[in-house]
Design a binder for this molecule. Sequence first.
Ligand code: IVH
Length: 667
Amino acid sequence: MIPRKIREDIEKLRREILRLDKLYYEEDKPEVPDSVYDGLVAKLKALEEKYPESLAPESPTQQVGGRPSAAFKSVRHAVAMLSLDNAFSETELREWEDKIKRFLRREVPIRYLIEPKIDGLSCALTFENGELVGAATRGDGQTGEDVTANVLAMKSIPKRLKAVFPEVLEVRGEVFLRVDDFEKVNAEVEAAGGEPFVNARNCAAGSLRQKDPAITARRRLRFFAHSYGVWRGGGVPETQRDFLRRLESMGLPVPEPVWEAATIDEAAAVYRDFKAKILPGLGYAADGIVVKVDSFKLRAELGETAKSPRWALAVKYPAEAVKTKLLNVEFSVGRSGVVTPVAKLKPVFCSGVTVSSATLHNFDEIKRLGLKVGDAVWLERAGEVIPHVVGVAKEERTGLERQIVEPRSCPSCGGPLTREEGFVALRCDNPACPAQLKRRILHFASRPGMDIRGLGESVVDGLVDSGRVKDAAEIYGLSLGDLLKLPLFKDKKTQNLMKEISESKSRPLSRLLFALGIPHVGEKAAETLAEHSSLEELAEAKAEDLASIPEIGDVMSRAIVDYFRAPGVRSLIKRLKAAGLDFKRVERAAGAKPLAGKTFVFTGGLRSLSREEAESRVKTMGAKAASSVSKKTSYVVAGSEAGSKLDRAKALGVPILDEKEFLELVK
Ligand code: IVH
């Protein structure tokens, strides 16, 4: 008999875990730190182990992940996509080895291959005869979501395998974002008036699980392959090490770095070092390591439980969430007018740094957390970089906490705030708002922009607050006298800044285009645009003309047209020109890149050179090689046994070259 209190506790834990699972897997909106979630699961597991008669198939300890979303077509996995068992200490790692040795019923030396536990979204890619034909998320482990169109748009995943590959390969891995890319994507999302993502994992999940592949393409998603579901034809690998090497030779990205361990002691040493020595320089979020039995033969003997393989263990680090107090919430105005709430916190040490403020993203996030000023809050640093509030310790409330009121007017200019239909962001629409102006000028002077060193926050504050600078062009009209009026400015500093401002005039057009802060236009798009038009041409361009440029989508085209139509922009451009800035189109070295701007798609086999050689030939001549045909494709090169791409090219009226014509063109 299970005591009633225990039964109730078990039920309560199950309900709470299932609720958190739904938020995490299906809505990409985690409510508590992973460490809190792991704690609840550990508690439930301990109770179920003590009272085995309580075990039920619907318990979250017996299931994997979330249900697939109805927004995507469902795909049934050929082989179930399992989860990993978790451990949180060196002791538990050693206990796991004891357990698998007992299971094998003999004393064999076990070698391990260790990989980072990548904090991303699991995804299965199917290649048939080397061609990427399908991609699916994990879903509930049996059925996932069909995300093929989105994965085809990801640059980091090869659409065709190289070298020797099996007939059918269903490879599994994580879709994730590097920390620096996550920051860039969030800045772009915010600049476009969207809701920034809470952390890199949510950003990866939200970018992969959405309806428009063009958005996925822009999100800098990466992929690391770490396991497989199906390997048919061609010798199956014998070890994880061998498996990763073979994937690499096929052109698939694999986890970096990995470690080989001849004993569990060596594996434990990796676990001890990983957090302090490896994680800080890893560049992507990982929540621990995965220790895998290297030999596939031993793996086959070990097999799996309903939920996870016996041959692998995720070894994570215990709680890194810290508790602190929310002292106040301030509202900060961004370059495009988006108003972001910022939590002012009682300074606290978290993952190696002292944190005293954290973004709360938007007002909906405050409501979702149920946050009040004076609350005890849980703080975590996502990817060990950006601190964010992940939960409220409501049980510690005293009744003295204060409600946070949504602002109605801009904290900088006092103008009204609006909220666009369908968006969560509050926005100040006053283009002369000093806070926006300061942000725009800082962006203009930033390193990837005009790179004006010395034009930092305090200088910009002084120049804008005194009314001396009302837009970016006025920077070029500053005199020595203007700068000397700023507090703390002496001769030397003034001269340096004047020199920096003057030198910035010769930056190429791509930098200027980025510096203007046109919504959606990041560094890469600015380079593409600068290769196609001068600034004057861009200012006059129609959305259709812009959208015909490779890699410039409809949304960006419209944003560019709207930008140049906004009040004050024409005058700004005129004055930047008068100041002597470089508006000229960026010429690619003539002759060296005769195919610049062209996109090639290859189908079927060529006799005189391989697909890779043909692609690399057009790339060195400045063109791009794409995997699917669209109306933007310049040429389709059709070899023998050309497939459906040839039909599509005919249907779209894309010029078709045979091998001879192609060789003539690239001669
Ligand atoms: S191996 C379970 N290796 O963690 C089948 N998984 O919590 C074997 N994950 O669903 C998976 N990094 O998607 C493996 N280096 C790694 C991993 C990894 C992250 C994910 C995986 C799995 C989840 C389980």
